[in-house]
Design a protein around this ligand. Structure first.
Ligand SMILES: NC(=O)C1=CN([C@@H]2O[C@H](COP(=O)(O)OP(=O)(O)OC[C@H]3O[C@@H](n4cnc5c(N)ncnc54)[C@H](O)[C@@H]3O)[C@@H](O)[C@H]2O)C=CC1
Ligand SMILES: O=C(O)C(=O)Cc1ccc(O)cc1
Length: 301
């Protein structure tokens, strides 16, 4: 039994196009309508054949939808929802895939006060963006976290749970605030660190860019992949999840200062004991089957 019959995807980049491809593969009877603000992306989506229809306006895209998923940068969610609000069917479920949840929930409920809104976050992605970067198995064996508001109808939550399960994801429910705190440390802060370290290396005087590229061994190379992630998407994540990111950044800075002191004063035992602790965390992740290399980071099976 299909949880939805008419899906609308707004934003046809990496995640939107992966949802469309996954639905085509796993729920081929579902009719998919897509919209993107960028005419070049709409044209590409038509050429790729990932939707049944691609509309020029978001209003036209939602007209008879029973599920609308917003796959745009988190800072654009409210504006997009306001754009199609007047055309949204009363019984449609509105969801999203944004990397932080509290600000998105607030933005959506402000402009869609009567709609059924179930925010979601598939914890799956890559450093790439755009409609060509998507693939149908992106969500397979990954977590998808739903953060329904307290008044969300149980049946709507269940339908969305089944939808993501059909795309191969393992679904978990979480409070939006807690989600934002957890993801601040597991995803947002690591991206900030990657952006910083690649920038630091790039700014170094006396070390040429070609040397940085030539001698980028394992550690730095991994950071450059993350630091290649979409600038607009990540600008929005940091501005939208400001409180949780600043809290984690504060803790991180304190821990970094402690390491700095340990190095300065030659406290080898302190360094070694931290490194032994972190090695054990990696081992636990590997034991739980989450050891795949990027871009499979976070895959559960
Ligand atoms: N990239 C990743 O690894 C992951 C991203 N996410 C979330 O998914 C969402 C989409 O990210 P990606 O697909 O990676 O980005 P993307 O850059 O590949 O695609 C976003 C698309 O949204 C369109 N767009 C922007 N503003 C719009 C508007 N006002 N109306 C209609 N379309 C608009 C853009 O033209 C673009 O095609 C973001 O909220 C992000 O936080 C969630 C999980 C993983
Ligand atoms: O490519 C990577 O390593 C990622 O971390 C992908 C990613 C980016 C943003 C998310 O909200 C979830 C997953």
């Amino acid at each position: 039994m299909l949880p939805f019959a008419r899906l609308t995807i707004i934003g046809l980049g990496l995640i939107g196009s992966s949802v469309a491809r996954g639905v085509r593969a796993q729920m081929p009877a579902v009719r998919i309508t897509g919209h993107d603000a960028d005419p070049a992306v709409r044209k590409r989506a038509v050429a790729l054949g990932i939707c049944d229809d691609v509309t020029d306006t978001s209003g036209a895209a939602v007209l008879d939808a029973d599920l609308v998923i917003l796959c745009v940068p988190v800072g654009a969610m409210g504006a997009v929802a306001a754009e199609f609000a007047a055309d949204l069917p009363a019984d449609a479920i509105v969801s999203d895939v944004g990397s932080c949840k509290q600000s998105v929930a607030e933005a959506l409920s402000a402009v869609l006060p009567d709609a059924i809104i179930i925010p979601a976050h598939p914890v799956a992605g890559t450093e790439k963006s755009g409609p060509d970067a998507g693939f149908s198995t992106l969500f397979k064996g990954r977590w998808c976290i739903l953060t329904p508001p307290e008044n969300a109808p149980e049946v709507a939550i269940e339908r969305l749970r089944i939808f993501w399960q059909q795309l191969g994801a393992d679904v978990e429910l979480m409070d939006a605030r807690h989600h934002d705190m957890v993801l601040a440390v597991t995803s947002h802060l690591p991206h900030l660190i990657a952006y910083t370290i690649v920038g630091t290396a790039d700014d170094l005087e006396g070390v040429t860019q070609s040397e940085v590229i030539k001698y980028s061994a394992g550690g730095f190379r991994d950071f450059t992949r993350i630091a290649a992630s979409d600038p607009v998407m990540w600008r929005d994540v940091f501005l939208s999840n400001k409180d949780a990111v600043l809290e984690m950044l504060q803790r991180f800075s304190e821990d970094l200062s402690a390491l700095q002191r340990a190095i300065r004063y030659g406290k080898g035992d302190e360094l070694e004991s931290l490194f032994a602790r972190t090695r054990n965390i990696r081992r636990s992740i590997v034991e739980q089957g989450q050891d795949d290399d990027a871009p499979d980071f976070g895959r559960k099976h």
